[in-house]
Ligand binder design. Structure first.
Ligand code: AMP
Ligand code: TRP
Length: 340
């Protein structure tokens, strides 16, 4: 008999192009490992992507590319529900309810809005400001209990917990929404730029040399690691010293993340050496692990019909669960429903 899985996972990635090894280590790799033990929903968050300007044709392609990246990384559409956010309207419907639950003061504290809006806040879309409410809706519409994300999403998860608590309290429906737990790995949840250990590896960095893309071929990976910033010293032997060299620490995190070897062991192996052996071994590991994934993404992108079929199947499964929640929510908040 199938064991009943009690806990539910939901996570999402924006189809904003240039998926990189930060997205892989910080998020997607964890999705894969959670599939057997949880009911999993993995979403491609196209509604979130349009909070900043997107080219409609490229958005469609990027949506398929995230689907291909999920599957090539090991997400099994038979085990997990894979779909794009806009195809399940309950996300937007619940987000509206949450727009009326969340306080302005809570949103004003969100650092991602401040970072993304930059200096010209007056010109940012209002969608960018209320973006965390939609993220809370993504999670809570499936009553997800666990959310694997990178460290940059921690504050949004805390807000989601506040929204769930306030909703349950305001409408006197204790335990209606669960209070979801973030799953964030200490070291690999914030992979930094290869050029600047003070900046997050990001899809939008203008320099290709700042990130390793999931679509990079082996020679590009090798070139990028060769050029990656290190330090003018040898590999220190103490972790406290390494933490001060942010670029070296980041490469060690990447190495540990891909190889599964503990950071302390890597430090013991390379201490006192210059960085050339270390970099060449790191390239080998990256190439070995990424090559099959990259090849599979490229292959899947040749078969768009197959990807669309998976998304359609996911949409149907997701809709079933999400529709039930939104019906209950509408009843709880007092919307008159035409019952036949
Ligand atoms: P996004 O590309 O913003 O949709 O992010 C998708 C997922 O990847 C989220 O869980 C992010 O927290 C995670 N993520 C993005 N950039 C990084 C990074 N540099 N290091 C670790 N995780 C990341
Ligand atoms: N905001 C997340 C990011 O930019 C993406 C996202 C949207 C998400 N909805 C989500 C992540 C729900 C986890 C759960 O990376």
């Amino acid at each position: 008999m199938n064991e009943i899985k009690k806990n539910t996972v939901l996570s999402g990635v924006q189809p904003s192009g240039n998926l990189h090894i930060g997205n892989y280590l910080g998020a997607i790799k964890n999705f894969v490992s959670m599939q057997s033990d949880y009911n999993c929903f993995f979403c491609i968050v196209d509604l979130h992507a349009i909070t900043v300007k997107q080219d409609p044709k490229i958005l469609k392609r990027n949506t398929l590319e995230v689907a291909a990246s999920y599957i090539a990384s090991g997400i099994d559409p038979k085990k997990s529900v894979v779909f794009n956010q806009s195809s399940v309207s309950a996300h937007s419907e619940l987000a509206w309810i949450f727009n009326c639950v969340t306080r302005m003061g809570w949103l004003n504290r969100m650092t991602q809005f401040k970072d993304k809006a930059g200096k010209d806040k007056e010109n940012a879309s209002s969608g960018l400001f209320i973006y965390p409410n939609l993220m809370a809706a993504d999670i809570l519409v499936y009553k997800a209990t666990h959310v694997p994300v990178g460290n940059d999403q921690k504050q949004h998860l805390e807000l989601t917990r506040d929204i769930a608590q306030k909703f349950n309290r305001d409408f006197n429906c204790e335990n209606f929404f669960p209070i979801p737990e973030p799953i964030i790995d200490k070291d690999i949840s914030r992979i930094m730029s290869l050029k600047d250990g003070g900046q997050k590896m990001s899809k939008s960095d203008l320099s290709e040399y700042s990130r390793i893309s999931l679509l990079d071929e082996s020679d590009e990976i090798i070139k990028k690691i060769k050029k990656a910033k290190t330090a003018d010293t040898v590999m220190p032997e103490k972790i406290e010293q390494i933490l001060k060299l942010s670029e070296v620490n980041n490469l060690l995190n990447i190495y540990a993340g891909f190889s599964g070897i503990e950071k302390e062991k890597l430090i013991a192996q390379y201490k006192g050496q210059n960085f050339s052996n270390f970099k060449s071994d790191l390239s080998d590991i990256l190439v070995e692990q990424m090559k099959p994934i990259t090849a599979e993404i490229k292959k899947l992108m040749q078969d768009k019909g197959y990807l669309i079929e998976i998304l359609l199947e996911g949409q149907n499964k997701a809709n079933e669960v999400a529709q039930k929640t939104i019906n209950d929510v509408y009843d709880i908040v007092g919307f008159l429903r035409n019952e036949t």
